[in-house]
Design a protein around this ligand. Structure first.
Ligand code: 9YT
Length: 142
């Protein structure tokens, strides 16, 4: 069994900052589950374009307000606490945070924690199979 609290994430390697969000990764690939589990804050006024070509993601809003645009269908959805969306078709999308937006995210396959969005908002497909210089085990496979 794995039990972790948000306090343990803050300031650790599992606490990742990006230009438009901060994400605390409770579960990553190294935890050997088939998904990763994140508590993500998107900053008020920010706009994040994403396209998870290699991953499926489910997102559940627990605080804040924003708008989600599906860039393939053009549909726009209001995001508020209690709203979930699932990117079951690898849709390109943009998330606009009107206030700070707190989202619980599940990714499969799990993130390793070393992914960075490319210019299209894509995370590469990494696996934790080979040692790296910092003692982590990460390999790019896609
Ligand atoms: C809702 C959202 O931002 N999903 C994207 C991934 C997440 N921010 C993360 O942990 O990288």
């Amino acid at each position: 069994m794995i039990v972790r609290s948000l306090d343990e994430m803050i300031g650790s390697e599992r606490d990742v900052e990006a230009p438009t969000f901060r994400s605390r990764r409770f579960l990553l690939a190294r935890d050997r589950l088939p998904f990763s589990f994140h508590d993500t804050w998107l900053y008020a006024g920010s706009e994040t374009s994403m396209w998870y070509r290699h991953h499926l993601e489910v997102v559940y809003c627990i605080e804040g307000e924003g708008r989600l645009e599906d860039l393939e269908s053009g549909e726009v959805y209001e995001i508020r606490p209690g709203v979930m969306y699932a990117l079951d078709g690898h849709e390109r999308h943009v998330l606009r945070a009107q206030t700070d937006l707190r989202m619980v995210c599940v990714f499969t396959p799990p993130l390793t924690g070393h992914e960075v969005h490319d210019d299209d908002g894509v995370y590469p497909l990494l696996t934790d199979t080979q040692p790296t210089t910092n003692g982590e085990t990460t390999q790019t496979v896609g």
